[in-house]
Design a protein around this ligand. Structure first.
Ligand code: OXD
Ligand code: MN
Length: 621
């Protein structure tokens, strides 16, 4: 079928026509992002059963979606970086030859949209028109994807206007891979799990995603573009695309600092980005710019300036509650899409951890009757809410500022039940890069074993860096070296346990106490003591007012046992060995220096437990 396409951009028209000839959709719709378009799409999704309207009195303007049970998460085993050479993708990525993969994808996409509508979704990652932003276009045959992209990105006519007739854009092609023959009824969640493939072509700045409708595989602005492709673009152009929450911290004097925080998936990044400060820290305030991705660029002032390229949150629902994240609970009170959560009898949503007592009856994420004795989770563990950032009560006033915000500190942290202290500040940029690169989490929930295996997740970017990890480390080193005022870099660990397996630190909002020390420290004010790991607060240096945390427990929380720290250091080799041939010498040097500091600490200490002596007191960063 011939379609008259006119987006105002000749390259885009040509690409849409080419895609239409390949995928053979029934019709083509160029999305303008209007309210009218949204309600048409919702009506369509309600009619096909993709969306279920929630009770408008309980959850206004909100919908439930149940995916196919085989299509519930990102599929790393079917996610590929099709760089020119295998070495460009590096050993931590799945590489496939770009020419062969493109040929295979072309066969898969042929006729894949038959009986469906091809939606042209122009979107901006970042405020429309900002020099820090980038434009993409997603071609998709999924109304759920269009509705989700409308929340997660700035989407529609203003983006086409900003693109203009000659502007360049990232090509994101998506099909659920389930063509309809004439008269065939559709299913609520069409997909093709046996043939799912998500292929990135960093050299031509495109993504081809087939067979899955799930967020991380199908909302191509997010992980595929804003991290995997953007990391490659950022390296070439001298900036950073990071898996980071972005938050503002206001001190009692009204001074505002900005912090980028990277924790691996499922370590509380969204909660941290929206935390509510406890009363004991009166005058402090935390504001939210983003919960998942930050793009950062060196400015003329010698600092890093950051935007959140996204416009919404695609957050994990289970575990989200009034206690863990009251701001998220406010945000998702309306205007949201919920995927794979449970449905209550009064037409609202529920998931594990939302309330202490589960409701007596639910419809679970598969659409089956559920009671607390069912023995299965009511919501899928990876159930999600999709919500506009503008609904977030803690939204930072600068969240939409086209020039971004200057970043004062980076915070990196994994989930470690032993050994890793609550917080330390690294000694300088290169040491910060080392600490971020070697960040990790325990692979198994912390049992009281000797030393659990650590899954390293450098900068929380292991699944999202679109090129060789060693080159990525080198890029980080270079970016910071060229900054006059690089952000101060910190490691945190909220998850250390005592000998009985009990968490030593209360976490949640109380993390603001550490955050306050971090920003004061980044500004060269808070006091600290020097240890082999870097600069650490003592009991008196943190505001712990009103917390039931004894000095003894605090010591345990901060303890560095040298013998174990040396074993931890040795285990970094598991990460470094496959990268060794390209590893920047700065990291090897940092490893050497850390070993030296630990050895010196061991020599200086006495007694059966080699605790690192606290070496030097310092007030300056
Ligand atoms: C996410 C992830 O979905 O990091 O944000 O997995
Ligand atoms: Mn993420």
């Amino acid at each position: 079928m011939n379609h008259e396409i006119s987006t105002g951009n000749a390259a885009l028209d040509a690409w849409v026509n080419e895609t239409s000839a390949l995928c053979e959709p029934e019709t083509i719709v160029i999305c303008d992002g209007s309210e009218g378009e949204r309600s048409r799409l919702i009506d369509l999704a309600l009619a096909s059963g993709t969306l279920i309207a929630l009770n408008p009195e309980k959850r206004p303007n909100s919908y439930l979606c149940r995916s196919d049970v085989r299509d519930v998460a990102r599929v790393e085993s079917r996610t590929f970086i099709c760089a020119e050479s295998e070495s460009a993708a590096g050993p931590t990525n799945n590489w496939q030859d770009p020419t062969l993969t493109k040929a295979a994808l072309t066969r898969l996409f042929r006729g894949s949209m038959r009986g469906r509508t091809l939606y042209v979704v122009p979107f901006s990652m970042g405020p429309v028109g900002s020099p820090l932003s980038r434009i993409g276009v997603e071609l998709t045959d999924s109304p759920y994807v269009v509705l989700s992209m409308r929340i997660m990105t700035r989407m529609g006519a203003p983006v086409l206007a900003a693109l203009g007739d000659r502007g360049d854009f990232v090509r994101c092609l998506h099909s659920v891979g389930a063509p309809l023959s004439a008269g065939q009824a559709d299913v609520p969640w069409p997909c093709n799990p046996d043939r799912t493939i998500i292929a990135h072509f960093p050299d031509e700045r495109s993504v081809w995603s087939f067979g899955s409708g799930y967020g991380g595989n199908a909302l191509l602005g997010k992980k595929c573009f804003a991290l995997r492709l953007a990391s490659v673009m950022a390296r070439e152009e001298g900036w950073l695309a990071e898996h980071m929450a972005l938050l503002g911290v206001e001190s009692p004097t009204g001074e505002r600092s900005y912090v980028g925080a990277a924790f691996p998936s499922a370590c509380g990044k969204t909660n941290f980005a929206m935390l509510v400060v406890p009363d004991a820290l009166s005058g402090w305030k935390v504001t939210t710019l983003g919960d998942d991705i930050a793009w950062l660029r060196p400015g003329a002032d010698g600092r890093l300036h950051a935007i959140n390229p996204e416009n919404g949150m695609f957050g994990v629902a289970p575990g989200t509650s009034e206690r863990s994240n009251p701001n998220a609970m406010r945000a998702i009170a309306a205007d949201s899409i919920f995927t794979n959560v449970a449905l209550t009898d009064d037409g609202d949503v529920w998931w594990e951890g939302m309330t202490e007592e589960p409701p007596a009856h639910l419809i679970d994420w598969r659409g089956r009757d559920w009671t607390p004795s069912s023995g299965t989770p009511a919501a899928h563990p990876n159930a999600r809410f999709t919500t506009p950032l503008e609904r977030c009560p803690s939204l930072d006033p600068a969240w939409n500022d086209p020039s971004g915000v200057p970043v004062d500190a980076f915070v990196f942290g994994g989930r470690m039940s032993h050994d890793m202290p609550l917080v330390f500040q690294t000694r300088n940029w290169e040491h910060g890069v080392y600490a971020a690169a070697t960040m990790g989490s325990e692979a198994t929930a912390a049992a009281e074993s000797n030393l659990p295996a650590i899954r390293r997740d450098p900068m929380a970017m292991l699944p999202f860096c679109g090129y060789h990890m060693a080159d990525y480390f080198a890029h980080w080193v270079e970016i910071g070296q060229a900054l006059r005022e690089p952000p101060a870099v910190f490691r945190v660990n909220w998850f250390r346990r005592d000998d009985d397996g009990k968490f030593l630190w209360p976490g949640y909002g109380e993390n603001a106490r550490v955050l306050a020390w971090i920003v004061e420290r980044a500004r060269g004010r808070a006091r600290a003591t020097e240890t082999p790991y870097g600069f650490m607060p003592r009991y008196r240096d943190l505001n712990l007012r009103g917390l039931e945390l004894s000095e003894g427990d605090f010591e345990h929380l901060m303890r560095i046992e040298v013998a174990r720290a040396l074993i931890e250091l040795d285990s970094h080799d598991t990460l470094f060995e496959p990268l060794m041939s390209r590893l920047p010498r700065e990291l090897l040097h940092q490893r050497y220096l850390l070993r030296e500091r630990l050895h010196r600490a061991a020599e200086a200490s006495s007694g059966p437990v080699h605790e690192a002596p606290l070496l030097i007191e310092s007030t300056a960063a």
